[in-house]
Ligand binder design. Structure first.
Ligand code: CTP
Length: 396
């Protein structure tokens, strides 16, 4: 893989050598092309040492170097990544301005995969002119990674930080090595357990870890989709910039988030272990023991999110559900598929060792609307997520 790393004059340029290292470690060959301002923050010697290649920062060849390699790099490159990308660099690219080595390379590379990682002050990022340039470049097919929010070099807090090198590397690498067959699609995934409050300190919950739902959200995102991940309480983290994480606690909150987002979605995969019942009353204080007698908790049903989306579903939407069963698995799963109006259902049997809650593996069976059954081997939840998304693509 041939990567050209463009570096412009922002403080985050000091992280560029780390990014070079990550690409090199993955087996890529890297050339750095910088603006003259970038060299105020990072030296050519550092970049040459980590990349093992000459650094391009001059537009014109010197007496001893009669080449136009910054232009020939455009043929060599499989992708161009600019990190950090200043407002100036973005503005020049959006308007076809080529007045230095990097901007010339960018303008000549606009048909290759280009990834810009903006870094600037929040006010600059929010400036209409900058946003118009971003829109223009996005319409041209240029990819943006970030910016992230947090502490900025100027001391303020806000949006504008460059995304960390590990995340930039992973996003670019995935985009170049995975099929981007879901680009332009919007997906919803529900994940994890729900907690149904009893009182100030207690709830009804379940053992779901959220791993399967997170793996699905990441697979969809890595294949180019914009994903809303609606998750119950879990310790899991995800760093994909195209995953919008919505943390909820109860089934009712998950229902509101999912039904609100579904009309805009192309795909919804409901993987959460939603509580079917919640306490009829919840106390805001901690309930006290009542003498020596037992206690009866009155429960009422929670809304069935999947069944509701099944009723809302339009022709162009794909809806996938899960069924966790312990007995008569196929029969129960087929009934759920029909009752909830799904495109297909993913069956987990708790009879299968390594399947179900908390584990890092899963063994699934996919059942289609025409009752075609496809059983899979025990695999990691990441591989299972790939199988599910492949199946989804096959059906469309
Ligand atoms: N589900 C949901 N909302 C609920 C209950 C379940 O969206 N209130 C979804 C789950 O996310 C899963 C599917 O429905 O995709 C099936 O969940 P499961 O617990 O297997 O089945 P239930 O429909 O709850 O039926 P039962 O408990 O009777 O097996």
């Amino acid at each position: 893989m041939h990567i050209v790393l463009g570096i412009t004059g922002g403080i985050a340029a000091y992280k560029a050598p780390l990014l070079v290292r990550l690409f090199k470690k993955a087996g890529a060959d890297v050339y750095c092309a910088t603006t003259s301002h970038a060299l105020e923050f990072v030296t050519p010697l550092t970049l040459e040492t980590v990349s093992g290649n000459k650094v391009y920062s001059e537009l014109f060849a010197t007496q001893n170097d009669h080449t136009t390699e910054h232009i020939s790099l455009k043929d060599w490159a499989d992708a161009v990544v600019v990190a950090p990308a200043t407002a100036n660099c973005i503005g020049k690219f959006a308007n076809g301005i080529a007045d230095d080595a990097l901007s010339t390379l960018l303008v000549s590379c606009s048909r290759k995969p280009v990834f810009l990682c903006p870094a600037m002050n929040s006010d600059m990022w929010q400036c209409d002119a900058v946003q118009n340039n971003i829109t223009k470049l996005t319409e041209m097919g240029v990819n943006f990674i970030g910016p992230a929010s947090g502490e900025l070099a100027c001391g303020a807090e806000g949006i504008g930080r460059m995304v960390e090198p590990e995340e930039i590397f992973r996003t670019v690498w995935t985009a170049l090595t995975k099929p981007q067959d879901l680009k332009g699609k919007h997906a919803i995934v529900t994940a994890g357990p729900t907690y149904e409050k009893i009182d100030a300190v207690r709830f009804i919950g379940n053992y779901s870890s959220g791993k399967m739902g997170f793996a699905l959200a990441e697979e969809l995102a890595d294949r180019g989709a914009e994903v809303d991940l609606i998750t119950g309480p879990t310790s899991l983290k995800t760093d994909r910039t195209n995953i919008n994480r919505i943390d909820i606690e109860s089934a009712q909150e998950m229902y509101e988030a999912a039904t609100g987002l579904f009309p805009k979605a192309d795909i919804a995969i409901l993987c959460a272990a939603v509580a079917d019942y919640r306490p009829a009353q919840k106390a805001d204080i901690k309930l006290k023991k009542q003498g020596d007698s037992g206690m009866t908790l009155e429960l009422v049903q929670t809304p069935d999110i999947l069944a509701t989306l099944g009723k809302m579903k339009q022709e162009n939407q794909t809806l996938v559900g899960f069924a966790l069963e312990t007995n008569n698995e196929l029969e129960h799963a087929k009934l759920k598929l029909k009752k909830k109006n799904l495109d297909f259902i993913v069956l987990n049997s708790l009879q299968d060792p390594g399947a179900g809650f908390q584990t890092s593996t899963n063994k699934i069976t996919i059942i289609d609307r025409d009752e075609k059954v496809k059983a899979f081997e025990l695999k990691s939840k990441q591989e299972v997520a790939k199988d599910i998304v492949d199946h989804l693509k096959m059906g469309k």
